[in-house]
Design a protein around this ligand. Structure first.
Ligand code: ADP
Ligand code: MG
Length: 540
């Protein structure tokens, strides 16, 4: 008798071959179906409720995919490409998932007919290269010399990105704001130098862009009212020190036998605090920010010396202040000198809506700006922030990469046409695969029509005819249920968004196609016992 060979642990689950491939493709199709309807200016939004009852309303592909909590291993790849598109270019996240899904859909019939996945993968790689070449060829260069023209181009790109968002009514207003914000940055355009602060209440149009760092006034103690709220060229101390009496008392256990000893402890506590305060005062700082609480004694002390203080400043705000104003976060009050103190041209505290804000204007180290958003519901503000993030990323991309194409399916159809023509020149089987790729690209205009409630077949026929006649920028006109030259209609997108979306989608499709076996170990984390954590569901 042959001895039995045991390769894997008992309970290991595996399936392989064609059925596995088909099942992976089907899983991806299910994910794509979930976000299909969010594409484009007439796309719908999704309301997602998580286990804690937190509701999120979003139109952003990456946000939705993150919230969906997908467990299928192959479908997870789609989440990853949405995330990477979000990180890389910021917009086009729905597009990339939709494209990947459609590539797979087109492959499904081929696979079922017995085509080897590698033949398809090779053809798809080639098709992607051809598509990128074509996009680069037809993309229109931005003229950076003329500032007025540059601004208007950037505003159009931002507008196209905002078209599909909840705030599309105010798209011109926000497009201008986003362009102003990005243009005010240094040449490297660091994203984290644009702060976005949400103040509930008021109308969307009351949102505004302020130069420099701004954050909400932190919690303050009595005595705060007496502190000056306006300085020119102040020195700014950035601390990580608790300036409060309470803390020292809580941190230790001391046994005392009589009142005198207790009095000594209390006195020492006060002395330590006053020492710190004196050191800060002597350093010449006028504005004192601390990540930790600043108590009532300290507040009073600063007020008496015409200084301003804010405790419990959020980490993110602190970092931005440092980057903009210079200086360093100090954990001790000793060694406070000019090398670690920041500065700015103007510090003031101002009222915005019902909230008070601290402003640092004219920062020497880095140019920075803050968008203060106003609006109704919390969820609405959050979605507005995400939408602005997309638009900001698009403007940055357009500035860096300086080439744009027309959206609304125009560029996809043009590339599709090019690939189809090219495929006819090939004699081998590859012709079929290139044609399948070309067909998959049509999903974008088709979905834009479907989401707007148009007859997609009619519109697509019109579009194909127009592109064949050489109208390369013709795309869906979502306002009039017709086709239009989207370059003239100013539906513009950076070429890089499209290139990245195509590359990522075809990479993901190829990756999923190359998997023919999933092996699930019995102790995998998805269905094993819950991971040990810090309690209350938090991770380690
Ligand atoms: P994504 O997450 O991929 O950015 P969106 O929901 O933002 O998805 O939709 C983007 C698509 O909508 C792009 O293909 C873009 O060309 C198209 N689009 C945006 N504005 C218009 C418009 N005014 N007319 C036609 N298509 C538009
Ligand atoms: Mg978008």
């Amino acid at each position: 008798m042959q001895p039995q060979i045991i390769l894997m642990k008992e309970g290991t689950d595996s399936s392989q071959g064609k059925p596995q491939l088909i099942s992976n493709i089907n899983a991806c199709a299910a994910v794509v179906d979930a976000i299909r309807t969010t594409l484009g200016p007439r796309g719908m939004d999704k309301l997602i409720v998580d286990t804690k009852g937190q509701a999120t309303i979003s139109n952003d592909g990456a946000t939705i995919m993150k919230q969906l909590d997908i467990v299928h291993p192959a479908a997870k790849i789609l989440v990853d490409i949405a995330k990477s598109q979000d990180a890389e270019v910021g917009d086009g996240t729905t597009t990339v998932v939709l494209l990947a899904g459609q590539f797979l859909e087109q492959c499904k019939t081929l696979i079922e007919e017995g085509v080897h996945p590698h033949a398809i993968i090779r053809a798809f790689r080639r098709a992607t290269n051809l598509a990128i070449e074509k996009i680069n060829e037809i993309a229109v260069k931005i003229n950076k010399k003329d500032p007025v023209e540059l601004r208007s181009i950037l505003a159009k790109c931002a507008g196209t990105s905002l078209n599909s968002k909840l705030i599309h009514q105010q798209k011109d207003f926000f497009a201008q704001m986003v362009v102003d914000a990005v243009m005010s940055l240094d040449s490297l355009l660091p994203l984290d130098m644009i702060g976005i602060k949400k103040v509930p209440g008021g109308a969307l149009e009351e949102s505004r862009l302020v130069d420099g760092v701004a954050f909400k006034k932190t919690f303050s103690y009595a005595g705060f009212e007496m502190q000056p709220k306006h300085y020119e060229n102040p020195k700014i101390a950035l601390l990580n020190i608790e300036l409060e009496l309470k803390a020292e008392r809580d941190n230790a256990e001391i046994r005392v036998n009589n009142v005198e000893e207790y009095q000594k402890i209390v006195d020492t506590e006060w002395n330590i605090l006053y020492q710190k305060l004196d050191l800060i005062h002597k350093s010449g700082a006028k504005v004192v920010l601390s990540k930790l609480p600043i108590g009532d004694v300290a507040t009073q002390y600063f007020a008496d010396r015409d200084m301003f203080c804010a405790g419990r400043v959020v980490d993110e705000d602190m970092k931005r202040t440092i980057k903009a104003c210079g200086g360093a976060i100090m954990s001790t009050a000793h060694d406070l000198d000019d090398s670690v103190l920041g500065t700015c041209q103007l510090f003031e505290e101002k009222q915005i809506g019902a909230e008070r804000f601290n402003f640092f204007n004219g920062c020497p180290q880095a140019k920075t700006c803050t968008i203060v958003l106003r609006g109704g519901a919390e969820q609405f503000l959050e979605e507005t922030e995400r939408s602005l993030h997309d638009a900001i990323m698009i403007v940055r991309r357009a500035l860096k990469h300086d080439a744009v194409v027309a959206g609304g399916g125009a560029v996809e159809l043009e590339v599709s046409k090019h690939l189809r023509e090219y495929s006819r020149s090939i004699a081998s089987k590859e012709q079929l695969f290139l044609a399948a790729y070309a067909k998959a690209l049509e999903v974008i205009p088709r979905q834009l029509c479907d989401n707007a409630g148009f007859d997609s077949t009619t519109i697509l026929n019109k579009l194909r005819a127009r592109h064949a006649e050489g109208g390369k920028w013709y795309g869906v006109d979502v306002m009039n249920e017709d086709i239009a030259d989207n370059f003239i209609a100013c539906v513009w997108e950076p070429a890089l968004v499209k290139i990245n979306a195509l590359t990522a989608a075809s990479e993901a499709a190829c990756l999923i196609l190359s998997v023919d076996e999933t092996i699930k170990s019995p102790r995998s984390s998805t269905d094993g016992p819950p991971m040990p954590g810090r309690g209350r569901g938090r991770p380690m």
